[in-house]
Design a protein around this ligand. Structure first.
Ligand SMILES: Cc1ncc(C[n+]2csc(CCOP(=O)(O)OP(=O)(O)O)c2C)c(N)n1
Length: 344
């Protein structure tokens, strides 16, 4: 059973976790710059500060697993293997985007990577993974066209503290528990739903406690510690795979920036911001790697330089990609079915 002790892991795995978190941070910083320079239309909801959740959770997943994401979804998609080129192209609303420029930041999806969609509807991804988990359960029981895509998998949804007040959250947990579906509900509690602090929109402190209403385990991870998120997630995945049903996993974390790009977040107390900034998931993990002689300062710099190049290339790729054509507006917006059954 893995835990959050560095010595339990091989160096390659740890360096990859660090690199994946840096990729998300720099991807988001650059996306903000590109939006402010007029290249990216619409809203952006930066994931900066929450990187350890996406990376720790997705490190426990394999190729037959599914994730659904949120309006703050770039980090989840990168952690699940999304290519920055196709992601920036989608943000730019260009043809080479994952959704051919028709989804944008809020609806990034790629079923080949098991990503069934970011979602502009708060709580909207939660019932989708219950459906995917039902497909997994059926696939485990019988062969049908497309079933090899999900056999033995688990289905995971990311959502915020605000979303845990939605009806879709409660209905989904109820059904998943009743049918013992292989789902992990990952709540990223960043202490705010839009501009509203958690203690102004719900009476509980631990969202994981809501699991007791649905008779499922409720686990809590330090969402600023990538190994803790990975470790707790591994337990939830093991339970789902052995048929024990769903888990509600709460990751305690914080977003460094406002709700969306341009929100100055003046509603947050300075002391609170300072407290969480000191818990920066990337800086602290980098320090631990150096202290444990797993990486040198120069190697951290090399990671930065490599990622800078990847993102420069990705932005160029997006810029050179053509805009979608009006005649294709109705193409690729319906799911293909086989004998009435979606190919998921
Ligand atoms: C059903 C629905 N209600 C309201 C909104 C407007 N809205 C967008 S993001 C957001 C806050 C969501 O908070 P949370 O779930 O905690 O996620 P976070 O933004 O903290 O990542 C709201 C209310 C929406 N998009 N969809």
């Amino acid at each position: 059973m893995p835990n959050n002790n560095l010595s339990e892991y091989n160096a390659e795995f740890l360096v990859k976790l660090y690199r994946d978190m840096v990729l998300i941070r720099r991807f988001e910083e650059r996306a903000s710059e590109l939006r402010n320079a007029g290249h990216i239309p619409g809203f952006l909801h930066p994931y900066i500060g929450q990187e350890a959740v996406a990376v720790g959770i997705c490190a426990a997943l394999g190729k037959n697993d599914f994730i659904a994401s949120t309006h703050r979804g770039h980090g989840h998609i990168l952690a699940q293997g999304g290519d920055p080129k196709n992601m920036y192209a989608e943000l730019y609303a260009r043809q080479d985007g994952y959704n051919k420029g028709k989804g944008g930041s809020l609806h990034l999806a790629n079923v080949d990577l098991g990503i069934i969609g970011a979602n502009g509807i708060v709580g909207g991804g939660i019932p989708l993974v219950v459906g995917a988990a039902l497909a997994i359960k059926r696939a485990n029981e019988a062969d049908y066209p497309g079933s090899e895509k999900c056999k033995g998998g688990v289905s995971v949804v990311f959502f915020g503290d605000g979303a845990s007040n939605e009806g879709s959250f409660h209905e989904s947990l109820n059904l998943a528990a009743l049918w013992k579906l292989p789902v992990i509900f990952v709540c990223e509690n960043n202490l705010y739903g839009e501009f509203t602090a958690q203690d102004k929109h719900q009476t509980i402190k631990d969202i994981a406690s809501r699991s007791s209403s649905y008779n499922m385990p409720g686990l809590i991870a330090d969402g600023n510690d990538v190994l803790d998120a990975f470790h707790v997630m591994t337990t939830a995945v093991e339970n789902a795979k052995k048929g024990s049903g769903p888990t509600l996993l709460e990751c305690k974390t914080y977003r460094h920036r406002g709700h969306y790009e341009g929100d100055m977040a003046h509603y947050r107390p300075k002391e609170e911001v300072a407290f969480w900034m000191a818990k920066d998931p990337i800086e602290n993990f980098g320090k631990r790697l150096i202290e444990n002689s797993l990486m040198k300062e120069e190697e951290l710099q090399t990671v930065e330089a490599e990622i800078e190049q990847v993102l420069q290339d990705a932005a160029k790729y997006a810029e050179n990609s053509p805009h979608p054509e009006a005649k294709d507006a109705l193409e690729h917006v319906f799911v293909e079915t086989y004998g009435g059954r979606a190919l998921l």
